[in-house]
Design a binder for this molecule. Structure first.
Ligand code: SF4
Length: 492
């Protein structure tokens, strides 16, 4: 199918909106747009970061998910208590595949679930005493933990427990950092506010711990990797490149990261931000308080990797600039071989994305390196500064959808007929049952890494494996089935 024109995309949006009652139609119309390269600011065409409408099947998560699941959870040597009833922590346990080095249960705790397991009496009489007891038990059972964070679930904010007081008292008792995080699920409109709250808690309870302490030996090449959660080993594949070009990675936020790394971050010379959405707040804070500049980079696919390595190197002297060129040259044969192998199998294939964080725009270059085209993209919990950054990354007249509803996404897919969809687990089986190749692009569908040159080889293989899998020949997409036989009409 040829690329859609602006008029066709506009008509598609109108057609999909048609089914809604007037009020819902008006609201949802603001979240669906046709990309326009002429625009400097996305707020001229799309609205984002607004409350989802009840009943529309949003795919968003909650603030607790943004804090515990994204920002804090991967810090491996801390224990993160899911404070409240058992379900929030248990059903989200280890889902994001944040890889780490360490011995689980001894000095690393990422895949374990710690919960205060609230019962009715805790709701009625308050849970502060239970939380204090919980911290004591944890410190006794896992003495090598380097700190504890308290990730509030909804009931904690509702009953008004004073987790800050408990944290201060317990921090004194056990002699470790204890951080209260007010990330109750009901706050904000999505997981996005949870990221912000988590950043603020790091700022207020951790980041200044080594202010005035110059005992950590620094170098002119110290950087921190911020907003890489090491999903399937992403941060490792990225760190390798930065180190090979001559930089010293002092901290990883937060995939395979430690609390000591976070405390040392204010000593670095440059903060490198991969997931802007979830970590820009702390980067801005460090810029203000410690005068540390920050830049965004993109390590998906060789084109964007080379651009980013050069952009990072521009902040340093010739040693690093030469280092960047050396790295690009060193991996050239490798990534060219990947492209030579997979591009002929993927060329011209059309992709629709619906993801979170940085990916709706960051992975576009990697698909393009393989000759593929992104024909629709959108953010689960993006803000307009994310869409601003997206406008120039995709083709003019490309379909944009913000906090897309289950119904809208299905209808768009039926009409656009992409060859591949990249989205989350909640969408996966719907589209697979429709006969459309699908990659789960939050946790890389149990694969990865996808960052860096090493990751690109895996990314290309996975897209080919999914798209060209012979199983799709056994499943007919509904529009193809309809062409073969008349659809059965519903009986009134
Ligand atoms: S919305 Fe509240 S109850 Fe639901 S998962 Fe989030 S924190 Fe838990």
């Amino acid at each position: 199918m040829a690329a859609m024109t602006r008029e066709e995309t506009e008509a598609l949006i109108q057609e999909v909106l048609e089914i809604y009652p007037e009020k819902a139609k008006k609201d949802r119309a603001k979240h669906l747009a046709v990309n326009d390269h002429e625009l400097e600011k996305s707020n001229k065409c799309i609205t984002s970061n607004r409350k989802s409408l009840p009943g529309v099947m949003t795919i968003r998560g909650c603030a607790y998910a943004g804090s515990k699941g994204v920002v804090w959870g991967p810090i491996k040597d801390m224990i993160h208590i899911s404070h409240g009833p058992v379900g929030c922590g248990q059903y989200s346990r280890a889902g994001r595949r944040n890889y780490y080095i360490g011995t689980t249960g001894v000095n690393a705790f990422v895949t374990m679930n710690f919960t205060s397991d609230f019962q009715e009496k805790d709701i009625v009489f308050g849970g502060d005493k239970k939380l204090a007891k919980c911290i004591d038990e944890i410190d006794q059972l896992f003495p090598l933990n380097k700190g504890i964070s308290i990730q509030s679930e909804c009931p904690i904010g509702l009953i008004g427990d004073d987790i800050e007081a408990v944290s201060k008292a317990k921090s004194k008792d056990i002699g470790k950092t204890v951080v209260p995080v007010r990330c109750e699920g009901f706050r904000g409109v999505s997981q996005s506010l949870g990221h912000h709250i988590a950043n603020d808690a790091i700022r207020d309870w951790v980041l200044d711990k080594r202010d005035g302490d110059d005992s950590f030996p620094t170098t002119p090449y110290d950087v921190a990797v911020i907003g890489d959660y090491n999903i399937g080993g992403d941060a490792w594949a990225s760190r390798t490149l930065l180190e090979e070009m001559g930089l010293r990675v002092v901290a990883q936020w937060s995939g395979d990261g430690t609390i000591a790394e976070i405390e040392k971050t204010p000593k670095v010379k440059l903060n490198l931000i991969h997931c802007y959405r979830s970590m820009n707040y702390i980067a801005r804070h460090m810029e203000e308080k410690y005068s540390i500049p920050w830049i965004e980079y993109n390590f998906f696919g060789p084109t964007k990797i080379a651009e980013s390595l050069r952009k990072i190197a521009a902040h340093f002297d010739d040693t690093i600039k030469e280092g960047a060129e050396r790295v690009i040259e060193r991996y050239k044969a490798e990534y060219e071989a990947v492209i030579a192998k997979y591009k002929p199998r993927l060329q011209g294939k059309r992709v629709m994305l619906y993801i979170g964080g940085l990916r709706p725009r960051h992975v576009i270059g990697a698909y393009e390196d393989l000759g593929m085209e992104v024909v629709g993209t959108g953010y689960e919990f993006g803000h307009n500064d994310d869409y601003d950054r997206t406008i120039k990354e995709i083709g003019n007249a490309t379909l944009l959808y913000d906090d897309v509803t289950g119904y809208e996404f299905e209808e768009f897919v039926k009409k656009v007929q992409p060859d591949l969809i990249g989205s989350g687990i909640k969408e996966k089986y719907i589209f697979q049952k429709m006969g459309i190749p699908f990659r789960q692009m939050h946790s890389w569908d149990y694969s990865g890494p996808y960052h860096g040159y090493d990751g690109f080889a895996i990314f290309a293989r996975d897209m080919d494996m999914t798209l060209n899998n012979p199983c799709w020949k056994q499943v007919k997409a509904p529009w193809k089935a309809e062409a073969a036989s008349e659809p059965v009409k519903a009986v009134a």
